[in-house]
Write a protein that binds this ligand. Sequence first.
Ligand code: ADP
Length: 497
Amino acid sequence: MTKTEKTLTPKLIKKLWMAFILLVLLMGASYIFITGYFANKYSQETTQRLNADVANHVIAEKFNGASPFMEDGSVNSALFGDLMHDMMAVNQSIEVYLLGQSGEILYSVVLDPDDKDAAKSVDLAPIKSFIADEGTNFILGDDPRNPGEKKIFSAAPYKVDNHQGFIYIVLAGKKFQEVSDNLMSQYFTRLGIGATLLTMVFSAIIGLLAIWFLTKNLRLITQTVRSFHDGDLEARIPNPEKSDIEVFAKSFNDMADNIVGNMDKMKSIDLLRRELIANVSHDLRTPLAILKGYIETLQMKRDTLSEIEKDEYLQITHDNVDKLSNLINQLFEYSKLEAEQVVPVKEPFSITELSHDLIAKFNVLAKQKEIELELDNPQENCLVYADVSLVERALQNLIENAIKYTEPMGKVTLSLQKKGQNVEINITDTGTGIPVNEQPFIFDRYKQVDKSTKKQGYGLGLAIVKKIMDLHDTTITVLSKPKQGSSFIFNLPAYQV
Ligand code: ADP
């Protein structure tokens, strides 16, 4: 077992675990942030709602007629200053401003006149909408002490001697902010630590359980893959359709089936190959032994043999050399086909013409055996789209066999017939036929139907035919009855002109 395999699952668990913790922490942080935001808003809104009328009270109770805070157009600073101090002493969170008609700050005790950063005026838009809504809506206004910041406020308009303006009271002033910030940071530190600890504990427990459940299938798959790798060819993922990773589980099972299938195929190919080598070497030995015997006789009895005997012996050696070269050629051809070195060059050609040529070529042999060889329907010109030399080879083998396994006075017919998109080619003989139980094996290399009645032949002819059919994506069928004859039938795609 390699290191990678060992660490496969723990690595994944570690990653899932980290992702889970990160997720929980992120959720925790978002929760704290959202809580903080809404808590702050809630507190500000409550404060504003509660103190909405503060500015109105200031105007109504303190200045209404009795003591004008504007005298001759300028601010009565002594009176106004006193009032502000009083108010701010009672409620330290507020800051009171007297504003002019366009929002300019006329007076405030909290503003240092030398402070260059402090605002000189306040935006009137929020103040006006606050007054219009009578303080029922949550509105933020400018904080003159911190320009750019927004604060809750209360405001009310005044009109004294043709002077108009606003009393503007920031409800969460600097003091309020300091206290609030301090409390908030303490609160959030405690909340943060508490939440983090709780999160860690719960995420550890839930995370472990979740990861254990989530990776249950994965562990089962890893275990199965490992067993298969270690040689258990039966190992399959049970109920792949129920697995969380169904596609993977099914693919693995299919792959395992394919591997086992291919292994079986390779084993049987290997077995056949060994059988072929054993048989071929046997078949090579026989003609070689005959050759050797006759050549030795010719050498030793050169002077005593008659001319007729010498001719006969030479003819025998010649025949055996033919046999040997035939076998070697067939073997060479077959091994090339099996190694998929042959690529068919398909083109349109007349199978009728090819058949005429073959009939003419084999007629000599047929006549020698007193067999009638004919082409059925010779007038019709059938065109097919195929590799002409491979088809010729297949037809040669089939005609050769038909002649070989037919007794004198028998008949061999090659017929061509257009059938839809195809041309059907049929080689029929009235020969020995093939027993039904042998028929499925005749296309396997090196299986002669009956070893005892072995004629000249090496069991490669039909194997070559079968390979040629495969290269043309077609199949060959055999119909045969012992003692009545055989038919070999296959189709080739017709060429449409
Ligand atoms: P061989 O070289 O032995 O003829 P083939 O591969 O051509 O090898 O044929 C395989 C076997 O199939 C033959 O040995 C023979 O028994 C049988 N066979 C093939 N063609 C015919 C046929 N036309 N009639 C009867 N038997 C045949």
